[in-house]
Design a protein around this ligand. Structure first.
Ligand code: ATP
Ligand code: MG
Length: 422
């Protein structure tokens, strides 16, 4: 009997995991610079949290959740996204009482969605995201967008496009909703069954339908931006102004709506414009949610955030043929010719590692030639060979593999030598 990973999941093997670590390092570093402290919430939550927090009419809640009953009869769900859990935590720990608002947090970890698996779409994927909860300053919107853009740029991506829209406030959405229903109702028979359900429940979602994406009625639908009231329009203008101040290019797409129910005002996506990227072009999605915390039992509190997956970032890197500068350098490989040399090799390896020099040796008692081949495959920067002579003279011949240069170095000087040459 053999086993395979469950559909829509993957093993990240050595060789790949270095890239993940590199990207995660960029994310951690930039979150610190922007002061988004890490928050870790449980991998599963009560199912109701997502039904309320993500929204009953969303694809996520209707089709994509991994829901199970535990032995105590509670309905639990593997988290499909990060924002609902963080809003829950904000309320549970009364973070609204913290003197410094907004509370700025970041998260990094696996999310679970039962989706049709395809390129860039997994059932377990790793999302990085941030939330700034407790301020409705449009400068925060710009900061959050800048942080997302900077992560991609720092990883070396160039073919990026930022698309923004305003979903307005409640009043705007209600007026727009009525207009949408009027627009779609006479033709709703042409749409998929999901859209037929959406018409009354949440017609905005029709604009985001993947099945009916090519129906011309989507393009001619009433645009949210035409319904913005003075306040929402002013807010949107301020966000755009701050983006200008930060020198961030953007495109306004009046049809951009986000998949989750709780968004209002600013919505944005970052797409890859690289030709090689394929059908799914969205790298990151985010926006403002001014009703979520209240819906989860807290005081009325504005918030904004984004989520991006590492899987899609890696796809974009591949499409743009960007090689990440990963840190997997092996500083030195020690070849041992006999048992006594092996003992010395073990001792030296340990002393190198203690000083931050990465080192490896043979653990299969292979002949010198095979050990040299390993050193090559591992791309060791330096190699030393230990035999009788070396042990007698207490020194080794350090060979730099790339250049072929060799130097005799006493054992007690090896650490110094490697530290100054690595
Ligand atoms: P899509 O329209 O592609 O389904 P979404 O609107 O469901 O995206 P969000 O819930 O906003 O996506 O998630 C934010 C980001 O998480 C996406 O932009 C994408 O980078 C990533 N993402 C979402 N679902 C997946 C998945 N199944 N596999 C990998 N990455 C994903
Ligand atoms: Mg989705």
């Amino acid at each position: 009997m053999t086993f395979k990973v469950p559909r829509g999941t993957q093993d990240i093997l050595p060789g790949q995991s270095e890239k993940w670590q590199k990207i995660e390092g960029v994310m951690r570093h930039l979150s610190n610079l922007y002061r988004y402290a890490e928050i870790r919430t449980p991998m599963f939550e009560s199912t109701e949290l997502f039904q309320r927090g993500v929204g009953d009419t969303t694809d996520i809640v209707q089709k994509e959740m991994y829901t199970f009953e535990d032995r105590g009869g509670r309905s639990l769900t593997l988290r499909p996204e990060g924002t609902a859990s963080i809003a829950r935590s904000y309320v549970e720990h009364k973070m609204f009482g913290y003197p410094d608002q907004p509370v700025k947090v970041s998260y990094l970890g696996p999310m679970f969605r039962y989706e049709r698996s395809q390129k860039g779409r997994y059932r377990q994927f790793v999302q990085f995201g941030v939330e700034a909860i407790g301020s409705k300053d449009p400068a925060v919107d710009a900061e959050v967008i800048e942080l997302a853009m900077r992560i991609y740029q720092e990883c070396g991506l160039k073919d990026l496009k930022l698309v923004i829209n305003s979903l307005g406030d409640k009043e705007v959405r209600l007026a727009h909703r009525d207009a949408l229903i009027k627009h779609f109702e006479p033709h709703i028979g042409e749409f998929c069954s999901d859209c037929q359900n959406r018409l009354e429940k949440n017609p905005l979602r029709i604009l985001d339908c993947k099945v009916d994406a090519k129906n011309p009625l989507l393009g001619s639908a009433p645009k949210l931006t035409d319904y913005l009231n003075e306040e929402s329009a002013a807010y949107f203008n301020q966000v755009k102004n701050y983006l200008d101040v930060l020198g961030i290019d953007y495109e306004v797409d009046p049809n951009l709506v986000r998949g989750l129910d709780y968004y209002n005002h600013t919505a944005f996506e970052i797409m890859s414009t690289s030709e090689g990227f394929g059908a799914i072009t969205t790298l990151c999605g985010g926006g403002r949610y001014n009703g979520l915390v209240e819906d989860l039992g807290g005081p009325e509190t504005p918030g904004i955030g984004f989520g991006m997956s590492i899987e899609r970032l890696l796809l974009a890197l591949e499409a743009e043929q960007v090689e990440l500068d990963v840190d997997n350098q092996l500083d030195i490989y020690i070849v041992a010719m006999n048992e006594a040399a092996k003992e010395k090799a073990v001792e030296l390896t340990s002393s190198f590692r203690a000083k931050g020099i990465s080192a490896d040796i043979d653990y299969a008692n292979r002949k010198m030639k095979a050990q040299m081949k390993s050193a090559d495959r591992l791309q060791a920067k330096f190699v030393i060979v230990l035999g009788e002579t070396e042990l007698e003279e207490m020194q080794a011949n350090v060979k730099e593999m790339a250049t072929g240069t060799q130097e005799q170095v006493p054992f007690h000087d090896l650490v110094n030598y490697l530290q100054s040459h690595k």
